[in-house]
Design a protein around this ligand. Structure first.
Ligand SMILES: [Zn+2]
Ligand SMILES: [Zn+2]
Length: 308
């Protein structure tokens, strides 16, 4: 009998939650990386699968190997593939160790790779593109950890000026008056690995259009284990579904390799109330996500025909 062929590379998980694509891999302890092309942003880098290289910015949540291992390769491959040097956002406590890592590669490779490292303290923001800011918050894990929310800055004419002519508004502006209100819309939150805490019940998190979080433990008896490893359990996800906006899609990542996806679907169908089920997605549920995407395609096509 002939030996078998090696396993194929893992296929990236894919979800389209308009207007965002999420594409990446996430299995607890092995690899976590989630790319959002519409935001030019990647959360964590995992082993740096080639498909995420176009992301010019990577926001690292914490220093565990399954989230960071590909970082030197990311920095080195972008220029090699003709792209600008990458920028990596990290917890201030990771800044020095990551510089050390890049310095070690200079000795190993006998050449220097260009890279940008930006420490971001909890509460601070970094502009990722026009009017879009990445805001860091402190998460709770076994090592220093951040979560991130992407905020879109929008402005609206102050109520007192509504109804005035363009000329009148310009007059007020010239007189030095603030004519617009500025507000921030939370688009996507990525919690990274984390235990439960107040940082998960802020408006930024609960009002995000997409909330990507971890669910390392699902079985009813595993809540204590989740607490010890500073991870979340499905019970916490139910709390998040309850507290978040009706518009929020919650995407689960970081499930254990041991949990079979068929079993995951069954567990969710059994434990998640029907009214929430359509808002809860699993990044690595390739079968479920494919069916969902095909339905989106069919709907888009039907709309197109309707418009013709
Ligand atoms: Zn992890
Ligand atoms: Zn971790």
């Amino acid at each position: 009998m002939l030996p078998k062929e090696p396993a194929r590379r893992p296929q990236l998980g894919f979800l389209y939650i308009p207007p965002f694509r999420l594409q990446g891999l996430s299995i607890a302890g092995e690899e976590t990386v989630v790319h959002v092309p519409e935001l030019d942003l990647c959360f964590d880098i995992g082993l740096c699968p080639k498909a995420v290289l176009p992301a010019p910015i990577v926001a690292l949540t914490h220093g565990h190997m399954d989230h960071v291992a590909g970082i030197a390769y990311y920095f080195s491959q972008r220029p090699f593939q003709g792209m600008t040097p990458g920028t990596v956002i990290c917890h201030p406590e990771l800044e020095k160790p990551l510089h050390n890592l890049m310095e070690a590669w200079v000795d190993i490779e006998r050449q220097r790779t260009k890279y940008n490292l930006v420490p971001l303290a909890p509460g601070e923001q970094y502009e990722i593109k026009n009017n879009h800011h990445l805001k860091a918050f402190e998460a709770i894990h076994t090592v220093p950890a951040l979560g991130y929310t992407v905020l879109e800055k929008r402005t609206r004419l102050k109520e007192e000026f509504v109804g005035l002519t363009q000329e009148q508004i310009v007059e007020h502006k010239k007189a030095g008056k603030e004519i617009v209100d500025t507000f921030h819309i939370p688009l996507i939150t990525f919690t990274g690995d984390t235990a439960w805490g107040d940082h998960l019940t802020t408006d930024d998190v609960l009002q995000s259009k997409v909330l990507i979080t971890e669910c390392t433990f699902m079985e009813p008896g595993h809540r204590k284990r989740a607490g010890i490893g500073k991870h979340l359990h499905l019970d916490h996800i139910l709390d998040l579904l309850e507290a978040s906006s009706d518009e929020t899609h919650i995407v689960l990542t970081h499930l254990s390799r041991r949990t079979h996806m068929g079993q995951v679907r069954k567990t969710l169908d059994r434990h998640v109330p029907e009214r929430f089920r359509h808002r809860l997605l699993v990044l690595m549920d390739s079968r479920g996500n494919r069916a969902r995407y095909e339905q989106q395609l069919a709907e888009a096509e039907a709309n197109q025909v309707g418009n013709d």
